[in-house]
Design a protein around this ligand. Structure first.
Ligand code: TYD
Length: 244
């Protein structure tokens, strides 16, 4: 279903970076590496996640991921409720005081999982989250692209209700993320999650240093022009790239 690009984010003093991707993509690893790199150059960093970045969010996370069946629309509203409280009490205050906020998942996860994979309207899902967050969008979204098969083998087991979904669900999630990145390439860095974590980290640092001259110290002098790791496009990987 087509999705209308959202309107611009209201300004803030800090920097907001979201890590997105299917289950098993390695988002937490990359967010942690970036936090260390930013702290090493003297920036205040708030590393957080959705769902569950607040006390209320932890309760919502428990119900969403470790409880019984949740009807798709209730699931969408619970993720949005978690996001509303997270943004109001953690993300916006940090951005307003000039911190760098790194979040492990944000609004695009709702569009990919609830919009694309649960086949709810992507426009509705996006609008609910934009209402919940008063229009806050990341300055940069790092999408770690992973196929369903790769994600499954990297997760090594099932840990929650969403991970139990079939590969077709996870391929729809992947498709949802890639479509979002295709529509607004300026807000995304899309990387192949199968690449070595240290190489992915270098690519994230280079992207931030290029976009934000104040962060140029993230990249050692001489490394600015190093090659970027390959990113698979859907066209190059029509079968979804099942891991062998
Ligand atoms: P995550 O915390 O990344 O899982 P884990 O820590 O076990 O790797 O995400 C939890 C699950 O919630 C994941 O399957 C994706 C799903 N999710 C949605 O379906 N919609 C959303 O809006 C968000 C934020 C997450």
């Amino acid at each position: 279903m087509p999705i209308t690009p959202p309107s611009p984010t209201p300004g803030h003093a800090g920097l907001f970076v979201a890590f997105e991707g299917g289950d098993g993509a390695g988002k937490s690893t990359q967010a942690g590496l970036l936090r260390s790199a930013l702290e090493a150059i003297g920036r205040e960093v708030v590393l957080t996640r959705e769902p569950g970045g607040t006390e209320l969010g932890a309760a919502i996370r428990q119900v969403l991921l470790h409880g019984d069946h949740v009807a798709p629309r209730a699931e969408a509203l619970l993720f949005a409720a978690d996001r509303a409280h997270h943004v109001a009490t953690v993300v916006r205050p940090a951005l307003d005081r000039g911190a760098v906020v790194l979040t492990d998942r944000y609004l695009d996860s709702s569009i990919a999982y609830q919009g694309q994979a649960r086949a709810l309207s992507q426009d509705d899902i996006r609008d609910i989250s934009l209402w919940a967050t008063e229009g806050l969008l990341p300055d940069l979204t790092v999408l770690l692209d992973v196929s369903a098969g790769e994600g499954r083998s990297r997760r090594a087991g099932v840990h929650d209700r969403l991970e139990r979904e079939a590969d077709a669900f996870h391929e729809a999630v992947r498709e949802g993320f890639l479509l979002l990145a295709e529509r607004e390439p300026g807000r995304y860095l899309v990387l192949d999650a199968a690449t070595e974590p240290v190489v992915l980290h270098q690519a994230v640092c280079r992207e931030l240093a290029t976009r934000h001259p104040g962060l140029s110290a993230l990249v050692p002098v001489g490394d600015e022009r190093a090659p970027r790791p390959a990113c698979r496009s859907r066209a190059a990987d029509p079968a979804g790239g099942e891991a062998s």
